[in-house]
Structure formats: structure tokens, C-alpha cells
Ligand binder design. Structure first.
Ligand SMILES: *Cc1c(COP(=O)(O)O)cnc(C)c1O
Length: 421
């Protein structure tokens, strides 16, 4: 097997340098653990940006993958396949929508939602052709395609990739006044939002922000579009972050006082448990029916392998009560981090929901303290990655148990206290 050193060398030489990975090479994963080629074991506190909520190589999902891989993998949508319909019924029931449009990556899901929203704006709302605008938030992250980076305000993501796609307008996140002002503008088709801003540093909005934002959209006849690619599928302690504090496992609709139902819901990442690229856009008929044959598609979207994997991945979320576990462990984790904050100058803020958490490092946003801490965490057996501005995100697989979490808390404590000394 290639050593850590040689594997890094090859990536440096032959791969485009579009990432700056932590200097660790992973060769194997199982549940909450990953191993490097030398056999060192680590707790994974990134979970592939929350794609591996169900843990690495979950046997139920891998079993479904293997079985379907030996049977039928891809037909394209030129023909029907005998798994897609079953998956469509399963996922729409699971999340309480009439219909699903299957795609592969998260960014494709966002692109799909934008296209559906625009088409709805012209054909249902009656906005003049080419005039539709979609409201987005400052510091958003919705993926890397040309259109999506057109409304990013991260200069790394957008600089020198223009000309940009028009038709987007930014408002401050977690600011209902600005949102309402924007919604009063002409030709507004929808509002695209992350229920918690993950890449921006795990920004959790005020308690009723999402509920009120959805109500404002309804009032102004604009679609409320939730990008739950990172926050969804139990990560934040409920099936979806828009479920607020409800502990349901997919039956939110029956608890309307808890649940903000988006007009369009975008899922990805953990929809496959990190086993295969699977994304989905969900909506009710009044919105989804604007898409007619030939108007949108993907060769791989809705393939039988993806469909089987996604069913299995959602079954794991339900069977293993991952929402409840994320909620319970999240509270323990934040309490421990807040205790550490009181003992240690290095942390100035702890925030998050469920098992999507972050600590803000007490240093200038462009210092490398968070990076250096992550390198030390790695040396002590725990993998986490800094996000913009000296913030460390902590997002372990949701199959973690309390004993494992306590071990992780000890590693983090030890690392921070040693770093400071
Ligand atoms: C990861 C992510 C995306 C993009 O998903 P890809 O699969 O990387 O294209 C979009 N939105 C949010 C909120 C994400 O976290």
C-alpha cells in the first residue's frame, strides 16, 4: 500500500490543486473511525462535510449497493427502471412531498431547484420572461457551478470565473426586515436559503427565522427553497433543519406548528450515506409539474444503483434513530466545549445544533491558528477541518455513541489545553 508520504506526493504532482487538504491520507473507514495507510486510527469529525452521517461503509447501505451493482446499474431515463419508482415513492413519503426530481451532486440539485423556481415564476406566477429574480443570502454556500458561484460572496469561489449569471439578489442572513424589503421588489421568484449556514461557519439563525421567512415568501407569492444538503438527514438533531425542534423521523407534516415546509427542498450528501453521489429536489405538484419531458435531466440521475443506495441510507437514519442521537450528543458536546471555552483562552464562541457544531478561535480571522489546531488534533487522533475565518467545524458521523463522544471530547480538551500551554 502507498505510504502517507507517497500518496500525498502523487496528488500534489498529478492532481489539480483545487483543495488544500489536511496532511493525512485515509485508507479505510468503519463507522466513526478512519485509518491511514500506516494503520493509525482517527475519529472522523468532518464526515465528508456531513455526507457520512450514517458512518463509514455502513453494512446496510453497502449491502444494498453490492446487490444492485450486480444486477443493474444504469439505464438512463430513456427507459424506465424497476427501482426508481419504488425510490420515488419512498423518498416522497419520507419527507412529505408529492414528487422528487433525482440528480447526483448537491450543486446539480441547487441548479435544478433554480430552474424549477424560474420556470414556476414565468408559467405560474406570470413574471415577464427573463426577469425572474431569486433572493439569496450573504455568505451562502450552494456549490461550485458557474451559476451558483455567480451569487457567492467568497472571492475565492467567484473571482475570474465571470461573466456571472444574473438574476440573484443578496440579503443579510437571519434578517427578516431585509428579506421582506427584497420580497416586495419586482419579479421575485423565490428565496434560496441554508437553514443553518454550514460553510460560513455553522451560523444558526434565530429561533423563528425560518418559519417567518417561509411565511413572508408565502405572503409575497415567492417560493421558499431550502438547501438542506448539509443540514438535512438528521445532522442537526431532526430529520431536516427546517423541522426546528421536532423529533419526528419524517412525519413532520403532522406537526405543522414545528415544521416549516419548503416549497422546494434540496437534499444531497447524506442521502446516500456518502456511498455514491445522490441528490434530490422535492416539491409538490403545483411546483414540480412545471417541468415537462425534455426540459431537464441527467444521464445518471435516478439510476437504479443510486435509488437502492438512497433507500438504504434513509432506512438507516430511521432504524437507528439518528436524529435523536444527534440531538442528545450535540447537547453533551456543546456543554463540554463551553466548559473548555471557560478554561481556555483559545475559544471565544461555541455554536451549533445537533451534531453540526463549530468553535470560533480567539485569533484574527486570517491567522493560521485553527489550521494548526487541526493538525494537532490529527496528531492526537481526531480529524476536523477549519472553515473560513478561524472556525473549526465539528461534525462526526451520527452513529457515534456517548462513550466514543466522551473520548473525542478528551482529545479536543487535551489538544486545546496543550496548544495554549
Ligand atoms: C456541499 C453543499 C453543496 C454542494 O454539494 P456538492 O455535492 O459538493 O455539489 C450545496 N449546498 C450546501 C449547503 C452544501 O453544504
Amino acid at each position: 500500500m502507498l505510504s502517507t508520504k507517497d500518496a500525498i506526493k502523487l496528488e500534489d504532482k498529478y492532481g489539480a490543486h483545487n483543495y488544500h487538504p489536511l496532511p493525512v491520507v485515509l485508507a479505510k473507514g468503519d463507522g466513526v473511525y478512519v485509518w491511514d495507510p500506516e494503520g493509525n486510527r482517527y475519529f472522523d469529525f468532518l464526515s465528508a462535510y456531513s455526507a457520512v452521517n450514517q458512518g463509514h461503509c455502513h453494512p446496510h447501505i453497502i449491502g444494498a449497493l453490492k446487490k444492485q451493482a450486480e444486477t443493474l446499474t444504469l439505464t438512463s431515463r430513456a427507459f424506465y427502471n424497476n427501482v426508481l419508482g419504488e425510490y420515488e415513492q419512498f423518498i416522497t413519503n419520507f419527507f412529505g412531498f408529492d414528487k422528487v426530481l433525482p440528480m447526483n451532486t448537491g450543486a446539480e440539485g441547487v441548479e435544478t431547484a433554480i430552474k424549477i423556481c424560474r420556470k414556476w415564476a414565468y408559467e405560474v406566477k406570470g413574471i415577464p420572461e427573463n426577469e425572474a429574480k431569486i433572493i439569496v443570502c450573504n455568505n451562502n454556500f450552494h456549490g461550485r457551478t458557474t451559476t451558483v458561484i455567480s451569487f457567492s460572496n467568497d472571492p475565492d469561489a467567484s473571482k475570474n470565473f465571470g461573466p456571472y449569471t444574473p438574476g440573484f439578489e443578496k440579503v443579510e442572513y437571519n434578517n427578516l426586515d431585509e428579506l421582506e424589503e427584497a420580497l416586495k421588489g419586482e419579479n421575485i421568484a423565490g428565496f434560496l436559503v441554508e437553514p443553518i449556514q454550514g460553510e460560513a461557519g455553522v451560523m444558526v439563525p434565530d429561533e423563528n427565522y425560518l418559519k417567518k421567512a417561509a411565511a413572508l415568501c408565502k405572503k409575497h407569492n415567492a417560493l421558499f427553497i431550502a438547501d438542506e444538503i448539509q443540514t438535512g438527514i438528521a445532522r442537526t438533531g431532526s430529520l431536516l433543519a427546517v423541522c426546528g425542534n421536532c423529533t419526528c423521523q419524517g412525519s413532520c407534516e403532522r406537526q405543522p406548528d414545528h415544521y416549516v415546509k419548503p416549497d422546494i427542498l434540496i437534499l444531497g450528501k447524506a442521502l446516500s450515506g456518502g456511498v455514491y453521489p445522490v441528490s434530490a429536489v422535492l416539491a409538490d405538484n403545483d411546483v414540480m409539474d412545471v417541468i415537462k419531458p425534455g426540459q431537464h435531466g441527467s444521464t445518471f440521475g435516478g439510476n437504479p444503483l443510486a435509488a437502492r443506495v438512497a433507500i438504504a441510507a434513509l432506512e438507516v437514519v430511521q432504524d437507528e434513530k439518528l436524529s435523536q442521537n444527534a440531538r442528545k450528543l450535540g447537547e453533551i458536546f456543546r456543554e463540554a466545549m463551553n466548559e473548555l471555552k471557560d478554561e481556555c483562552e483559545l475559544i471565544n464562541l461555541v455554536r451549533g445544533k445537533g451534531l453540526l457544531n463549530a468553535v470560533q478561535i480567539n485569533d484574527s480571522p486570517d491567522s493560521s491558528t485553527a489550521w494548526n489546531l487541526c493538525v494537532k488534533l490529527k496528531d492526537n487522533g481526531l480529524l476536523a477541518k477549519p472553515t473560513h475565518g478561524n472556525i473549526i467545524r465539528f461534525a462526526p458521523p451520527l452513529v457515534m455513541n456517548e462513550e466514543q463522544l466522551q473520548k473525542c471530547i478528551q482529545i479536543i480538551r487535551k489538544t486545546f489545553l496543550e496548544f495554549e500551554a
